[in-house]
Design a protein around this ligand. Structure first.
Ligand code: BDP
Length: 721
């Protein structure tokens, strides 16, 4: 009988299969791929420097650190890297806190550690007792976990680790994802499948995804998650659901992630069978107090409540003629003894007052400054309308010095092409964070309001509306992952540049090949501006189709509320286009500091990228380019389409450098984006042309269809609604 011999080739295949190297790259591993580094000399250097891993002590978080580092380092360096103490080895990777590690305690890091606070960490190279240590040290185990991820990132992005002297601590205290997930697993404005929370199988079944979700979040410093939609269902506060919430909280705790819930204001009526939810009613107060007690019995470190009240039909204190402060404080009183937080959203607009929607949140909240209890944060969207591709910063930033304001960004791309358009959001987030409110003179940036430093607030935070679903790659568009990543990195340190974040993410998500990195970075850096240009250039906003918000709908009018239409915002007529928010118009500008007003009120000095946000101008208005406003609009829309085509070219040039599956997916999505960009350009220009009555400049591509055809397009069952 012939002996079975394993050929060298099948041995190689087996090895590759075993190590995972041959696995199709479906994006599940996010930026935590830990594949073998190709730079051999550097790998040698890392192996030598790190020697062996020593994590002293035992706890769930320490085990996670140990697992992550051994898996990560074994993968990156291509040899087993487990945490076994070997006194022979001179080089040691030492991870822990002074409380968990006697060796680390002996290194005399007290002062340095003091400076980095609760969540911060140190990465240091130290010699002691004849050994060379690479130290990841922190005051808390979660800090050590963050530091471990930083070390892994250094390797993943191929940086030197020989003379480390890094201290890092977060700029904001609460770095929280907001999931707009419903209990039936649909996701409001979610474009990556259904909710990752499988409520039906909870609490008994802990999906591996929950652990990988926690790992990914911890790797970028996210320390909180609101599990449910702001348009809340009180059922999640029932005993049955609290047990499920507890299971998630227990899973996330060792990763330093607290769980929060959205609280439907009318829950005392719906769950408690009370006749009212009036926040000043003693029975209502007692109901919430008991509910909070019950929650903390299940989840002793419960984070608190996020509340959308008296907005878009949600119940709230104003139903009982009480103020937002009355409502928030009632919940805050119940939570205070437990250390819980209320994040009260400022996304409100009155359904009776026909005032410019831009002004309404400010009008409502500014007078309440100083009236909130200390454990209330007011959560404010980046802009005053609603997560548009470009919005000037919200006038509430800088206007409520006595109240900690939490930033609310939208990571999910409701108005930026949803699950299929490539739009890297770091430049957008940074644009808002770096904007100057002039609240206390020059340099009073939105970032300084949000991190609490401008007005010395204890609480500070950033929330990001998540783009995560149960799609295999989490975010539908592979580049959606970059926006999740970016949110965490900026909440940790808003001074990081968009380029630097993109650089890290690309190297970890794709590869470190210099051509790949520079090509992908170029695509990412221009992508948000491309979206602005083909959707809403020059400060136009809210032009999207009814309800689905995906394609163009500048013609939308005659809806239940004027400010749910497009014509309300662009105000195009035969004379011109744009929303006059100066003194001659709605005067929303008056809500900004005088310095900001001075910059924006004159159309000649107002930056052109927000020109039509603040001004209604004639079609022949002379732009800085020398073109008329109409021609400029045509050029901007066309530029948007051209930029997408340039991204397509860039991506095509990477064939063979990116694994097949992700290459093909992005390629197909870019084709969708190009088609959609043309759809936006053609539909908007044809529509606005009915007012401008001017031709589209000769040099530019002409619309393929007629306005009537575009107006008939009505996507059915679009996701996220
Ligand atoms: C809008 C969304 C809507 C949300 C609302 C909110 O279209 O689905 O409920 O914001 O933030 O952007 O509450």
């Amino acid at each position: 009988m012939r002996k079975k011999i394993i050929s060298p080739l099948s041995f190689l295949c087996l090895f590759l299969w075993f190590t995972g190297a041959a696995r199709a790259e479906d994006g599940y591993r996010l930026w935590q791929r830990y594949d073998l580094l190709q730079n051999k000399p550097l790998v040698k250097e890392y192996q030598k420097a790190l020697g062996q891993l020593v994590v002293q002590g035992s706890s769930p978080t320490l085990s996670i650190i140990e697992d992550e580092l051994s898996t990560g380092l074994s993968g990156l360096l291509g040899q087993p890297f487990s945490a076994a103490e070997n006194p022979e080895k001179k080089n040691v990777l030492l991870v822990g806190t002074p409380a968990t590690s006697p060796v680390l305690k002996g290194l005399g890091l007290e002062d340095k550690l003091k400076a980095v606070g609760k969540d911060g960490y140190l990465l240091l190279s130290r010699k002691a007792g004849g050994k060379n240590y690479t130290v990841v040290a922190a005051n808390t185990e979660v800090g050590a976990l963050y530091g471990s991820f930083h070390l892994l990132r250094l390797l993943q992005t191929q940086q030197r680790i020989n003379n480390l002297d890094i201290s890092s601590s977060p700029k904001t205290q609460h770095r929280i994802l907001n999931h707009w997930d419903n209990l039936d697993r649909t996701v409001e404005r979610g474009y990556a499948g259904f909710s990752i929370w499988d409520w039906h199988k909870l609490p008994d079944y802990i999906d591996q995804r929950y652990l990988d979700y926690a790992r990914a979040n911890a790797s970028i410093g996210i320390n909180g998650t609101v599990l449910t939609n702001v348009n809340a269902n009180s059922l999640v506060l029932s005993e049955e659901y609290l047990k499920k919430v507890k299971a998630l909280a227990d899973t996330f705790r060792p990763y330093g992630i607290k769980v929060y819930l959205t609280a439907r204001f009318s829950s005392p009526i719906e769950l408690g069978k009370l006749k009212t939810a009036d926040p000043l009613n003693p029975e209502v107060k007692a109901w919430w107090k008991n509910k909070v007690e019950e929650i903390y019995r299940h989840i002793p470190d419960f984070g608190g409540f996020l509340v959308k009240a008296n907005s878009e039909g949600q119940p709230g204190p104003q139903n009982y003629n009480r103020s937002h402060a009355d409502g928030a404080n009632m919940l805050a009183e119940a939570l205070a003894p437990k250390g819980g937080l209320v994040m009260w959203r400022a996304f409100v607009y009155d359904d009776k007052v026909p005032d410019d929607r831009h002004k309404q949140a400010y009008t409502e909240f500014k007078p309440l400054d100083g009236k909130f209890l200390p454990n209330v944060m007011v959560q404010v969207k980046n802009g005053a309308i609603d997560f548009q591709p470009r919005e000037p910063f919200h006038p509430l930033f800088g206007a409520m010095p006595k109240t900690p304001l939490m930033m609310e960004f939208q990571i999910t791309q409701e108005y930026l092409g949803q699950g299929t358009h490539l739009a890297y959001l770091a430049p957008m987030f940074k644009e808002t964070l770096m904007a100057d409110t002039y609240a206390k003179g020059k340099g009073s940036t939105v970032a300084k309001v949000v991190d609490g430093s401008l007005d010395n607030h204890y609480h500070s935070g950033m929330a990001g509306v998540a783009n995560i679903g149960n799609d295999r790659n989490w975010t539908s568009h592979p580049f959606g992952q970059a926006n999740w990543y970016t949110f965490g990195r900026l909440a940790w340190d808003y001074n990081l540049t968009s380029e630097a974040i993109a650089d890290e993410w690309i190297k970890m998500t794709f590869s470190g090949s210099p051509t790949l990195v520079s090509t992908v970075k170029q695509m990412m850096m221009g992508s948000r501006e491309a979206v602005v240009n083909y959707m809403t250039p020059l400060g136009l906003h809210h032009l999207m189709g009814w309800s689905h918000h995906y394609g163009p709908g500048p013609w939308i009018k005659d809806k239940p509320r004027a400010d749910w239409t497009s014509v309300y915002y662009h105000r195009a007529d035969e004379k011109g286009i744009g929303f006059d928010r100066t003194r001659t118009g709605s005067n929303a500008l008056s809500q900004y500091a005088p310095e900001v007003q001075a910059l924006l009120q004159n159309p000649a000095t107002c930056p052109e990228d927000v020109l039509l946000w603040f001004h209604h101008l004639p079609w022949d208005w002379k732009m800085k380019s020398g073109r008329t406003l109409w021609d400029e609009l045509c050029y901007k829309y066309s530029e948007g389409v051209d930029s997408v085509r340039a991204m397509q070219k860039d991506w095509d040039s990477l064939q063979g450098q990116v694994d097949k599956e992700r290459y093909q997916q992005v390629k197909q999505y870019l084709a969708i984006q190009e088609k959609d960009a043309r759809w936006w350009r053609d539909a908007c220009l044809l529509y606005f042309q009915t007012f401008s009555k001017r031709p589209i400049p000769q040099a530019l591509e002409k619309p393929a269809g007629t306005l009537e055809e575009y107006m008939k397009i009505d996507p059915k069952f679009a996701p996220g609604i």
